[in-house]
Design a protein around this ligand. Structure first.
Ligand SMILES: C[S@@+](CC[C@H](N)C(=O)[O-])C[C@H]1O[C@@H](n2cnc3c(N)ncnc32)[C@H](O)[C@@H]1O
Length: 281
């Protein structure tokens, strides 16, 4: 399980948007207040959910580069952004978007981050961002990324990094074993080295502190309730499939666990904002 479907990313977008930490969003907006134009690179952009959440926080003239290794997701991003904008114009390689008072130019780069991080980052973004990406990456990749971001003196903001906390209601006796299996699966190499999984928020803080950045980390857990039934069911299914791949929990336990109707769930995430030395707010 290394690919992500546009369907899954669509399903999670509403929960993602409402779970982003508001205090870090305000700090980010304050940091970039008055910057015009602003250049942003979004790593592992999927269908563009991170841009849709962040654009209202940033200035009136934004230049985005959306990076993903999955060409189909980049195509879906262009499509969804066209629908999201008030006005959209595709010139063959870039989207020019108007949304509210903001004008955005959006370019798309199909790139494997492991192969050429420098090309993915480009030369001079003011802000490097990502959403739901770094639990897929190794601590070594995160350290390399922090180094490359620091070399550009870019700000860094990443959201919804899984932090290992899971609480299901009602509880079930297999929850702990399933969580252990899930974390074992999470630590597998997804293309960026042995993944940090639930340790990714710590690895991000450590790496950017090591580069002299001012780092803030804050809670962005999904708190899913009765209105999130389809997402909770989809989560149960994807966790169950991941655990089944590890062989750590027997098939009948997984099947029973997957079939329970949960009324709520908490899935822990963290957001991280790292500002370069000399720019502390
Ligand atoms: C969990 S999805 C998050 C997508 C999007 N940021 C969002 O929040 O909806 C992770 C994304 O990172 C991309 N990705 C994962 N590993 C990658 C790599 N090594 N190089 C480039 N993209 C990668 C995937 O294709 C996927 O779109």
């Amino acid at each position: 399980m290394t690919g992500f479907s546009a369907h899954w990313l669509d399903m999670r977008e509403t929960a993602d948007q409402r779970s982003r930490n508001p205090k870090l969003q305000r700090t980010l907006a304050k940091h970039f207040d008055g910057w015009r134009p602003l250049t942003v690179v979004d790593l592992g952009c999927g269908t563009g959910s991170n841009l849709r959440a962040m654009a209202p926080l940033l200035g009136p003239e934004q230049h985005w580069t959306l990076v993903d290794r999955d060409q189909a997701l980049l195509a879906a991003a262009a499509q969804r952004l066209t629908s999201w904008a008030d006005v959209a114009d595709w010139n063959g390689s870039q989207l020019a978007l108007f949304k509210g008072a903001n004008r955005l130019n959006v370019g798309f780069r199909c790139a494997e981050l492991a192969a050429d991080l420098d090309a993915a980052l480009g030369p001079n973004a003011n802000l490097v961002t990502a959403s739901a990406l770094f639990d897929l990456a190794s601590a070594a990749f995160i350290a390399d990324l922090a180094h490359a971001v620091a070399a550009r003196r870019s700000a860094f903001y990443t959201v919804l990094t899984y932090d290992g906390d899971q609480r299901w209601t009602p509880e079930h006796q297999a929850d702990a074993a399933m969580l252990e299996g899930f974390h074992s699966h999470q630590r597998r190499d997804k293309g960026l080295g042995r993944a940090a999984g639930p340790d990714a928020p710590d690895a991000l803080s450590e790496a950017f502190c090591g580069e002299g950045y001012s780092v803030s980390e804050a809670d962005s857990a999904w708190r899913l309730g009765p209105g999130d039934g389809p997402l909770i069911a989809e989560l149960q299914l994807s966790f169950a499939e991941a655990v089944a791949e590890t062989g750590l929990v027997d098939a009948s336990t997984i099947a029973t666990w997957r079939a329970i109707t949960r009324t709520s769930a908490i899935v822990g995430h963290a957001d991280t904002l790292a500002l370069p030395p000399g720019y502390e707010d």
